[in-house]
Design a binder for this molecule. Structure first.
Ligand code: HEM
Length: 249
């Protein structure tokens, strides 16, 4: 029986092969990885390309999917924010197609995304292993000890955030954002291993939210409390079921 890993690798390999055909003309992330060269002009082997795409698949798909799940749940229960998004999209884009050129000016939509990944950071915790014995504040840390940095805990800490459990996208408005203490907001990690897809994820989510909220209403129809669970990403413990209807013209 194929392991899940082999099955994912086989699938990625099939997708990759469409890019490796002579004269293939794609304008996507896979094409960028295929075209990448090191300082000696050497590209990745097929196996290495599958590794690279596997990282992007895991790091870039599951995380964004988890964030967007929470976005649509939160907007479904806060209709006044939906109205603000529609007003902003109308002012910035009008009725035409929403494109990359609009993203910069869709600041409220972007703040909805940034606040969502504060309240429900897709990566709940970041594990590290101490390379040497040290102290963290009052705590001695032995070499080899597991140290967990948790965006979830930081983002909901009363010492750093006013009313931390409240969904309030205006925390990221220019006037209020300056008050956010450095190091307390880390949905994409921090430091040398910070997420290399953060800008991509923010643009992608801004476009998805703007497009779907402009055209559709989301209503939560599943019963029972919605509870987050820390799995591979921060997911709802039970499926959230929404009724999606087209906005009437
Ligand atoms: C909402 C979406 C996303 C969230 C919340 C997120 C979060 C994170 C976090 C917290 C890390 C740091 C892990 C650590 O320090 O151990 C990370 C690393 C990484 N992310 Fe993302 N990510 C997202 C989307 C993406 C996307 C779209 C891509 C690719 C297109 C991506 C590619 C990567 C890669 C390659 C790394 C490893 C960087 C390194 O170690 O040098 N991520 N991400």
């Amino acid at each position: 029986m194929l392991t899940a890993c082999t099955s994912i690798r086989n699938h990625l390999g099939e997708l990759l092969d469409t890019h490796l055909v002579e004269g293939a003309d794609f304008d996507d992330i896979a094409a960028a990885v295929v075209a990448a060269r090191d300082e000696c002009g050497q590209g990745f082997s097929r196996d290495e390309l599958i590794d690279q795409l596997g990282v992007l698949f895991l790091a870039g798909h599951e995380t964004s999917a988890s964030a967007l799940t929470w976005v649509f749940y939160l907007l479904a229960i806060r209709p006044e924010l939906v109205q603000r998004i529609r007003t902003e999209v109308k002012a910035v884009v009008g009725d035409g197609p929403i494109g990359l050129e609009h993203v910069k000016r869709l600041s409220f939509v972007r703040n909805v995304f940034r606040e969502t990944v504060r309240l429900y950071p897709p990566i709940t915790f970041l594990p590290r292993v101490a390379l040497e014995s040290t102290r963290l504040g009052d705590y001695p840390v032995k070499r080899g000890a597991l140290v967990i940095v948790s965006p979830w805990v930081m983002h909901r800490h009363t010492q750093y955030w006013r009313d931390p459990h409240r969904f309030d996208p205006d925390r990221f408005s220019p006037e209020r954002e300056v008050g956010i203490q450095a190091g307390t907001y880390l949905p994409f990690g921090l430091g040398p291993r910070v997420c290399s897809g953060a800008a991509f994820a923010t643009v992608e989510a801004t476009l998805v939210i703007a497009r779907l909220i402009r055209d559709f209403n989301f209503e939560v129809v599943s019963r029972g409390a919605v509870r987050p669970a820390a799995r591979l990403t921060t997911r709802p413990a039970h499926q959230i079921v929404c009724r999606v209807t087209r906005v009437k013209e």
